[in-house]
Design a protein around this ligand. Structure first.
Ligand SMILES: C[S@@+](CC[C@H](N)C(=O)[O-])C[C@H]1O[C@@H](n2cnc3c(N)ncnc32)[C@H](O)[C@@H]1O
Length: 306
C-alpha cells in the first residue's frame, strides 16, 4: 500500500529543490530560508494539512485499463512529455532512409503519422484497443494491429525502422522486447526508442488510478531504468549506439500550472502551492531519454541474437 499525500508530495518537492540547489550552487541563504519558511507555511495551511491523501495499491491496474481511461485525452495539448520528446524523435526519424517502419506501441499514432508523412510504409502495433481506435481514426490508410510488444505480428527481417516511444516503461524486462525488435529488423535497420527519464520518475507526482478489484485506488506498475539498462539489453543483440539524448523539462512551465483549490490527490496542479520550489526542483531537469540504435548488419544472422 502506498499513501499518496498532497502535502507529502509538496514537502518532497521542497526537499528536492534544496538538494538540487546545494549540488548546483544555486541555494544561497535567501533561497534556503525561503524554502524553510515555505515548508512551515505548507504545514500550517489548513487546506493542505487536512487534505486527505489516497491509499493506493500498486499493481492492481493494468496498462489496458489505464489507456482505456487515457485514450480520449492522450492527444490533448499540454502533455509536457510529448512536447519535449517529439521534436527529438522526429529529428532522428527525419534523418533515416525511407522504407518500411514499425511503430511499436504506437498508441494513438503520433509517430505513425510522422513516419507516414515521411513516405514510409508503416505498421502500427499496440496492446490497447482504445488507443488503436484513435490511431485508426487518424490514419485510415495505415495498417494497425492489436498485439503485444513481446510477440510482434511480423516475420523476421521485415522492417527497416522500429520506433518505440514512451512505452518501455510498461515492460518489466527490456531484453525480450529488444530481441523482438532485433528479430523484425533487417540487418542495418534502425531502432529509435524514447522513454521517461529515471530522474523524472522520482520528481513527478505518482498518480492514483481507477479502483482495482478490491475497490481501492490502484497504482500502475512502471519500470524506470538507468541508461545502462538500455545498453545492457541492446548491445548483446548487435545494436550499436548512434545517438542518445536526454531532453529537459522547459523553464517556465510551473507558472502555467492551473491552481487546484481542492488538493484531494497528488497531481501536477499542486505546483502552484510552491512555485519557486517546483521550478527549482523540476525545470531544466531531464524528462525523457531518446536512443537511436542501429542493428549491426554483420551480427544479425547469429542464432544467439534471435
Ligand atoms: C504513453 S503511450 C505511447 C503511445 C505512442 N507510442 C506515443 O508515443 O504517443 C504507451 C503505449 O504503450 C502501449 N503498451 C504498453 N505496453 C504494451 C505492450 N506490452 N505491448 C503493446 N503495447 C503496449 C500502451 O497501450 C500505450 O498505447
Amino acid at each position: 500500500m502506498t499513501y499518496l499525500s498532497p502535502l507529502g508530495y509538496l514537502l518532497g518537492v521542497e526537499g528536492a529543490a534544496l538538494l538540487r540547489g546545494f549540488r548546483e550552487g544555486s541555494a544561497d541563504r535567501a533561497f534556503v530560508e525561503a524554502r524553510i519558511t515555505e515548508i512551515r507555511t505548507l504545514l500550517d495551511t489548513p487546506a493542505l494539512a487536512h487534505a486527505e491523501g489516497v491509499t493506493a495499491e500498486p499493481g492492481t491496474v493494468g496498462t489496458a485499463e489505464v489507456y482505456e481511461d487515457w485514450a480520449p485525452h492522450y492527444d490533448a495539448p499540454g502533455n509536457q512529455m510529448i512536447d519535449v520528446e517529439q521534436p527529438v524523435v522526429r529529428r532522428v526519424l527525419d534523418g533515416l532512409p525511407v522504407g518500411t517502419a514499425l511503430d511499436a506501441a504506437c498508441g494513438t499514432g503520433r509517430h505513425t503519422a510522422h513516419l507516414h508523412e515521411l513516405g514510409h510504409r508503416v505498421i502500427g502495433v499496440d496492446a490497447s484497443p482504445d488507443m488503436l481506435a484513435r490511431a485508426r481514426e487518424r490514419l485510415p490508410d495505415v495498417d494497425f494491429c492489436e498485439a503485444d510488444l513481446h510477440r510482434l505480428p511480423l516475420p523476421d527481417d521485415a522492417v527497416d525502422t522500429v520506433v518505440c516511444a514512451l512505452a518501455l516503461t510498461h515492460v518489466p524486462e527490456l531484453a525480450p522486447v529488444l530481441r523482438e525488435f532485433a528479430r523484425v529488423l533487417r540487418p542495418g535497420g534502425h531502432l529509435v526508442i524514447s522513454d521517461a527519464h529515471l530522474l523524472s520518475s522520482y520528481l513527478r507526482p505518482t498518480l492514483p488510478r481507477r479502483p482495482g478489484p478490491d475497490g481501492r485506488p490502484s497504482l500502475l506498475d512502471e519500470y524506470h531504468r538507468p541508461l545502462s539498462a538500455y545498453l545492457t539489453a541492446a548491445l548483446p543483440l548487435g545494436f550499436q549506439v548512434r545517438g542518445c539524448e536526454e531532453p529537459r523539462r522547459p523553464r517556465g512551465f510551473v507558472a502555467t500550472a492551473a491552481p487546484d483549490p481542492l488538493p484531494t490527490h497528488p497531481s501536477w496542479d499542486l505546483h502552484h502551492w510552491c512555485r519557486e520550489a517546483s521550478a527549482a526542483a523540476l525545470e531544466d531537469s531531464p524528462l525523457a531519454v531518446v536512443w537511436h540504435f542501429q542493428l549491426d548488419a554483420t551480427r544479425k544472422g547469429s542464432p544467439s541474437n534471435r
